[in-house]
Design a protein. Structure first.
Length: 196
């Protein structure tokens, strides 16, 4: 019995140490933002980052097929601002931010700003039900095999859902929000990139 408890304690310690190393490898302590445990989303308000033009990396190459069967390639949106939102239907912060994202999409669509969603979990049925419930009119792509998320590595943490990226006119990440986006912050980020 004591050997079993010791083994369990040892396994717990090893697991805890591995988790601490993983958090340390990310560069910043995000433990307070991941209050939702392993539910796959960041709770609370989003943590936002803006990147100066001279500090931006290479253009992202994102491709996929929307739930409507349309091919999507981020390269086709160079010259405009692209807002990319990572979501899934049962994610509480995704449901919270969805109506505001739709409003922002409507406000900016005539200013050269496009929106695309990346759904990391759902089949077409739940995704379309979510879009209908929240009146989402911009397209989304399924990413059940994580190919799109792989192309976003270094920009979006695997369990940072929702996440929102603002890509500049060259397709580079200009701003990002990890967690539910504050509408006023996202608008300010988009405005700054549109005006560049």
């Amino acid at each position: 019995m004591n050997a079993h408890l010791t083994r369990r304690g040892l396994l717990g310690a090893v697991g805890g140490a591995a988790g601490a190393l993983l958090l340390a490898a990310c560069g910043t302590d995000t433990s307070d933002r991941y209050a939702s445990g392993d539910s796959g989303y960041i709770s609370g308000d989003g943590v936002s980052t803006e990147i100066a033009p001279e500090d931006r990396g290479e253009a992202l190459e994102i491709t996929g097929t929307t739930y409507d069967g349309e091919d999507f390639a981020s390269a086709e949106h160079h010259g405009e601002v692209l807002v990319l939102n990572v979501w899934y239907a049962s994610c509480p912060p995704c449901r919270k931010e969805a109506p505001e994202l739709q409003k922002i999409h409507e406000e900016y669509q005539d200013r050269g700003v496009s929106f695309i969603g990346v759904n990391v979990r759902d089949a077409e049925g739940p995704a379309r039900a979510f879009e209908e419930t929240y009146g989402i009119t911009y397209p989304s792509m399924p990413d059940a095999d994580a190919e799109i998320m792989y192309s976003l590595r270094g920009q979006v943490a695997p369990n940072a859902v929702p996440s929102t990226l603002v890509l500049d006119h060259e397709g580079r990440v200009a701003a990002r929000v990890s967690g539910a986006a504050d509408p006023s912050v996202l608008r300010a980020m988009i405005d700054a990139v549109v005006d560049e």
